[in-house]
Write a protein that binds this ligand. Sequence first.
Ligand code: ZN
Length: 255
Amino acid sequence: MYACLWMHDIGCVPLGDWVSPPFEGRGVGEGPWLIFPEKISALILFFARFALTLQRMMENLEGEKHRQGRIEVICGSMFSGKTEELIRRLKRAKFARQRVEIFKPAIDTRYSDEDVVSHDQNSIQSTPIDSSSAILLLGADIDVVGIDEAQFFDNGLVDVCNQLANSGVRVIVAGLDMDFQGRPFGPIPGLLAVADEVTKVHAICVRCGALAYVSHRLVRDSRRVMLGEKMEYEPLCRDCYQKALEQERALAKDK
Ligand code: ZN
């Protein structure tokens, strides 16, 4: 019945309607279907959407069934949704009853000591650690390892992730690809090189609305690691970032 109504929605009628006046009581779906030419585009659109939905379903199934070790890196500037994407993948794995462990650098205590928390307060429980080598000790007998704020870890993280993936673990790493000066950050470049899959996410430039690529520091502090939030950093596109640097240089000259 629904299929019949749906066929009507996209512009198809039973051939009986075409060759003779419809009469009450006849089933909507009876007879061969005739498609009005002007409705063909709606039909093509429907099948395109159906194919896309099917493809996404297959991808989801593949993601959860595919238990071979691999490294996935989610990188981008601040406020680009890295942690949200990490949490989404980890929660999905948990839902599939996979054994999941999440680690974050002990240095990052902006929101919670033991939770990985995104800017929109979505959270998942994690273990704070000081060194990447602790992941190998604490990550035995698990299916999926999540690592947040990976840029703050030592460069040994690349080898740790490789070892885990080689032993069949799915490793999902999220981190800033660049520091506030636009330089590749910590172990992220090395992780990008060895990753099986890289997802670069983007914030929106707060000055022009284009896709942002870097986290511009709003306060004067030359330390590479300075934990902060919206008061301290803003996502900027390449053009606006260059303009901001020029303004800062001009201001410094005037002083
Ligand atoms: Zn911009």
